[in-house]
Design a protein around this ligand. Structure first.
Ligand SMILES: O=C(O)/C=C/C(=O)CC(=O)CC(=O)O
Ligand SMILES: [Ca+2]
Ligand SMILES: [Mg+2]
Length: 365
């Protein structure tokens, strides 16, 4: 059964050869043009719908569901180009997987393994670079940078990070965790490409800078929160401060990472420590605003097992334990020509399995 049936209907932006950009929803392996519905759905990007807020989102979903239930023209995905679905305002990346944080500490900082001391007190994050957020399929040019003392050149430790992105619809500041569903429209899969050699040399004390600013890929599909169902929130000890409570829902999303068509990992989003509602509350707790089109990513999704990690840094222990791909080749980090695809599924609000789209990228020299 299709994971893109009428209970899913993720939004995207497509064009046909020589045609203009239009909003569509994915139905099976085709796209349905939403411009016939007029209003915010006749726009060339999702931003107008994002800004409409929960009542507008519900009305749009009802109209789109009705359209899809008829026999709308289905344009095969093979006949369209998919674009960035919304204009990305600000981009923030969190660090909310305890397994990822522990793994990275053990690999990069063996002398200070374990969680950073404040990690369970606040959802750590950094502000990224929205202008280099690109849609799935965009080739990823290997970044250059300082790789150590006296060395400048192409990264030799190019990596991926499998993440879930949350798309802000309604602007706000000082948001409570309970404001989450009133401000966040939906989710999109994210690959936060990371150059580990550039990162290791530059990141102290201010965090990642050029190691992650060269490209961040997102799925062309935004799955509305209304297609998803929240799960119980994670157990948190110590109890977070009041402004981070209640924690808000977790989401039982299952990701999959393919390296040149070999599935190398299945990161479980349910294992995340901080929730997206807490991330949003924390992000705006100092008075900072969020805008329509803001994207905040969960942080690398890593589960407890080796085949559940969201980065190759973890999968290959910084290249020390290479993985064998289906074609017999062996990899520590990404080589030119390598392709990575992150996809995902969830049991949706209608009780059936839905697809969360996919984000793919090929490394070019
Ligand atoms: O622990 C570190 O020094 C670095 C961690 C990361 O690179 C992860 C990052 O970008 C945040 C995340 O995706 O969880
Ligand atoms: Ca990241
Ligand atoms: Mg990035």
């Amino acid at each position: 059964m299709s994971r893109y049936g009428s209970e899913n209907l993720p939004y995207g932006v497509f064009s046909r050869p020589r045609g203009e950009r239009r909003l569509g929803v994915r139905l099976g392996s085709s796209v349905v043009d939403l411009s016939v519905l007029g209003g915010q759905l006749a726009a060339p990007s999702l931003n107008a719908l994002l800004a409409a807020g929960p009542a507008g989102w519900a009305a749009a979903r009802a109209a789109v569901t009705e359209l899809a239930a008829g026999s709308p023209e289905r344009i095969p995905l093979s006949e369209v180009t998919l674009h960035l679905p919304f204009e990305v305002a600000d981009y923030t990346d969190f660090y909310s997987s305890e397994h990822h944080a522990r793994n990275v500490s053990a690999i990069l900082r063996p002398g200070e393994a374990g969680l950073p001391p404040h990690w369970k007190h606040l959802p750590i994050g950094y502000h990224g670079r929205s202008s280099t957020v690109v849609v799935s399929g965009t080739p990823i040019r290997r970044p250059h940078g300082q790789l150590g003392e006296g060395v400048f050149g192409p990264s030799r430790r190019l990596d991926v990070e499998a993440e879930v992105g949350f798309v802000v619809g309604v602007p706000g500041r000082r948001l409570r965790t309970t404001d989450f569903a009133g401000h966040v429209f939906g989710i999109t899969l994210v690959n936060d490409w990371s150059a580990r050699d550039i990162q290791a040399w530059e990141y102290r004390p201010l965090g990642p800078f050029l190691a992650k600013s060269f490209a961040t890929s997102v799925s062309p599909w935004v799955v509305p929160l209304s297609a998803l169902v929240g799960s119980s929130s994670p157990l948190q000890d110590p109890q977070p401060l009041d402004y981070l409570l209640p924690a808000g829902p977790g989401f039982d999303l299952r990701l999959s990472v393919e390296w040149n068509d070999t599935r190398v990992s299945a990161p479980p989003f349910a294992s995340m420590y901080w929730t997206a509602a807490q991330q949003l509350a924390h992000l705006t707790s100092n008075g900072a605003s969020v805008r329509t089109g803001d994207l905040f990513a969960s942080g690398t999704v890593s589960g407890p097992a080796r085949d559940e990690v969201g980065s190759f840094l973890e999968l290959t222990r910084n290249g020390a334990e290479p993985v064998k791909l289906a074609d017999g080749s062996v990899r520590g980090f990404l080589e030119d020509g390598d392709k990575v695809t992150i996809s995902g599924t969830a049991i949706g609000a209608a009780g059936v399995e839905i697809g969360l789209g996919e984000v793919t990228g090929t490394v070019v020299p």
